[in-house]
Ligand binder design. Structure first.
Ligand SMILES: Nc1nc2c(ncn2[C@@H]2O[C@H](COP(=O)(O)OP(=O)(O)OP(=O)(O)O)[C@@H](O)[C@H]2O)c(=O)[nH]1
Ligand SMILES: [Mg+2]
Length: 361
């Protein structure tokens, strides 16, 4: 009946203009309903956390496991970044050798270093086979190794140097195409908001990845509306690391960041998924760098990764109020990640929001 009558009068008695206007309104209504349906099905997940905690690595993993992965062309596109990562890391190391006045155990390596750094090829950022032997010589030097141990803590871009040095032959080959693991290991700070939309069952999960550097954090607030789940990524291995700018302990910094997220009124309805990342690093580091030295309140066993992880998790959970929905998982973003936890977090949040709408809770 509604198709033939409008405000009690037969539609065919209306003027052509009126009929067009009614049809247009109907079209707009349908568009609106469709958009509302789409919005209801779109789940917004905001990925937050301090710099280099592993947010982008996590999204690369999700793109591989649930998205369309990386084509050969896309993988090739990462080769320049891999080369630049190695050059930058080597430059950081050679600078640190002179700043810390650490001599090479084999004095010949000082000559190699100088020759390598003045090579005109370095400015092209393209790494060819000519660099393999010099880098290997420096890498094998005891003085250089000691310097690397000292620097790793405060220069996070050195994180993947060891991995890349092991693969120098493949990386410098003419037909080099980065592997998935190379892509996961390469480091590049996020400076612009990056989005990833992944269809999952009847929903579209829209991941919003932001930069964690201090200068990037003021952009976070623009994305706080309608967030279903906040994914907070924190590094487990930063308990003994300090910020260059103010010498603040990095884990303390991440904890206060987490606190500001959990106490934000904008995010009060969102669930929090806390991903404690880099458990591989923690397992290695805990053997020689004791948590108690940096967090005297730690009472667990020394050199015990499990005790350390439990303590770190508790330190984060202390920032959550009892009525907040929180899920947590220990991960290694460069390895396989079980994404079931995303569904759990999202499912429970939607259920809770629906019940709140019907005033059941
Ligand atoms: N070994 C290891 N390395 C990791 C892990 N997660 C991330 N990384 C490395 O840590 C570095 C930084 O990771 P990103 O994902 O770029 O960090 P981010 O949080 O996006 O950093 P910003 O964009 O600066 O905020 C990269 O070199 C990664 O390969 C991990 O679980 N284990
Ligand atoms: Mg990033």
């Amino acid at each position: 009946m509604g198709d033939y009558y409008h405000s009690g009068c037969c539609i065919c008695c209306l003027s052509k203009n009126k009929r067009n206007a009614i049809a247009k309104n109907k079209e707009i209504d349908l568009d609106f309903i469709e958009q509302r349906k789409r919005e209801r099905r779109e789940i917004k997940l905001l990925v937050l956390g301090s710099a280099e905690s592993g947010k982008s690595t996590l999204l690369k993993q999700i793109k591989m496991s649930h998205g369309n992965g990386y084509s050969e062309d896309e993988r090739r596109g990462f080769s320049k970044l891999v080369h630049q990562n190695i050059f930058l890391s080597m430059k950081t190391m050679t600078d640190a050798m002179s700043e810390l006045r650490i001599p090479y155990t084999n004095p010949q390596n000082q000559v190699i270093e100088t020759l390598m750094l003045v090579s005109p090829l370095i400015s092209t950022g393209h790494m060819c086979g000519i660099f393999v032997e010099p880098i290997r010589h420096l890498w094998a030097d005891e003085g250089f190794k000691n310097c690397f141990k000292l620097c790793k803590k405060n220069h996070r871009h050195l994180t993947s140097l060891e991995y890349f040095v092991d693969r120098l032959d493949q990386i410098t080959a003419n037909n080099y195409i980065p592997t998935i693991q190379d892509i996961l290991r390469v480091q590049s700070s996020t400076n612009a908001i990056a989005e990833l939309s992944i269809p999952m069952q009847i929903f579209t999960f829209r991941f919003i990845n932001v930069g964690g550097q201090r200068g990037q954090r003021r952009k976070w607030i623009h994305h706080f509306e309608n967030v279903t789940t906040v994914i907070f990524v924190a590094s487990l291995s930063e308990y003994d690391e300090f910020l260059e700018e103010n010498n603040k302990n990095r884990m303390e910094e991440s904890l206060s960041l987490f606190n500001s997220v959990t106490s934000s009124p904008w995010l009060a309805q969102s669930s929090i998924l806390l991903l404690l990342n880099k458990k591989d690093f923690l397992a290695k580091k805990i053997q020689f760098s004791h948590l108690k030295t940096f967090f005297p309140e730690f009472t667990g066993k020394i050199q015990d990764a499990d005790d350390a992880m439990k303590f770190i998790l508790k330190s984060y959970e202390r920032n959550v109020t009892p009525d907040q929905l929180i899920y947590s998982q220990f991960i290694c973003a460069t390895d396989f990640i079980d994404t079931k936890i995303f569904f759990d977090a999202v499912k429970d949040t939607i259920l809770r929001q629906t019940m709140a709408n019907y005033e059941v809770i």
